[in-house]
Design a protein around this ligand. Sequence first.
Ligand SMILES: NC(=O)N[C@@H](CC(=O)O)C(=O)O
Ligand SMILES: [Zn+2]
Length: 463
Amino acid sequence: MAAPVPAQVVPAHTTLPLLIITGVRAVDPAQRLDAVVDVVMEGGSISRIGRGAATQDLLQSEQAMVVRGDGLLLLPAFIDMHAHLREPGQEYKEDIASGLAAAAAGGFAHVCAMPNTRPVNDTRAVTEAMIARARSVGGPALHPIGAITVGQRGQELTEMADLKEAGAVGVSDDGRCVTSSAVMRRALEYASTFDLAVIQHAEDHALTEGAQMHEGAISTRLGLRGWPRVAEDIIVARDVLLAEATGARYHVAHVSSLGAVRILREAKSRGISVTAEVTPHHLTLTDEAVIGYDAVCKVNPPLREQADVDALREALADGTIDVIATDHAPHSSLEKDCEFVEASPGMLGLELVVPVLLGLVRAGNLPLGRVVDALTRAPARVVGLDAPTLAQGARAELCLVDPEHRYRLDPSRLRSKSRNTPLLGRELCGQVCLTMAGGRIVFVDPLIEAQRSAPQAPGGAGS
Ligand SMILES: NC(=O)N[C@@H](CC(=O)O)C(=O)O
Ligand SMILES: [Zn+2]
């Protein structure tokens, strides 16, 4: 049955008329799905999913491209609600094209771009320019996040109505904290009239002046100025009170401390409208990584202690932390191959999410379904996007992953323009083989393509 329908014409990149993935383990928390199925995509949408969905007729169709899914995982494509793509203004670190290429290679169909660009994205013009640039590039969709305050200077609110109309999906002064309680209160009130999430970079700057890393035994030993946990906790506590007082939606970026987790848990139990995100690096690394003064491990907020890592994992597992976001923060060798105290904070994230998080799943720290939810439905709710899903009829936005593929991370593999990750040269396990966004293929791993594109049925290799 089910003869192939004529392919719809979809602009840019590739939409295969008939793409079939057979016998793949599909995990989609939106449908409570975790089963081995066939998935049939026609004209960029999922037309059939289930056991035996790939009928002989379909498999033998002239147009069919068949991928054997045995041993692979099929997931809804991810949304990153926190990435720094550096365009406009710092294209030597990253630009929208390289950032979106990195996102596609990482399994993402949607990327939210933080506004700490040059100029700051605090106007309709910058928001529109970023979206236009991303459309011309193709690939994953870009959703700008506008600034909360003009120039991210923490004083005067931006024209949020304009930003929203231009396509911004949230507001943040990320990189800087909105430290004034009065400004934060007005920001929450104003943003809530447009249903924009206010995303806080929680750092009491008065407590972090000159800070290089987490404040603790290791910072003392290394003689580096520390950023104490309480600098994060104070802001989260204050903002929770402001969210309660205003009834507005509040989101904490890159939570790193066990104190912030405790405050968030209590706030949620009292029904306050707060959400939070954690990065893969804060889920896996501690301040011990800084011991060799390697600037690649300098990041804001800083890598903390094992007790914080444990609290973050637990919070993500129980839903106190909603979202996994990369905080992809590319920097060139100019900002990183220098004295630790001179280096800029930040590390890459987009291309490393799958191996890092599968490591946690494999070690029994987090269930796979929760990880997928935190990369899809949870961020979709915060920024108001439709979450990718593997449901029948849905536009194909998915990623195919080889969870057992082992490799050493070679810098030449990275699509990002920058190289600032402590994982370079490390052995990783887990590789994205294929990403689809907006119904189109936006990434195919060349190695895996060669291994897997052999047609299964006569006349099967459509192109
Ligand atoms: N995370 C970082 O260490 N750096 C970010 C800013 C930020 O997210 O605070 C950057 O833009 O480089
Ligand atoms: Zn930040």
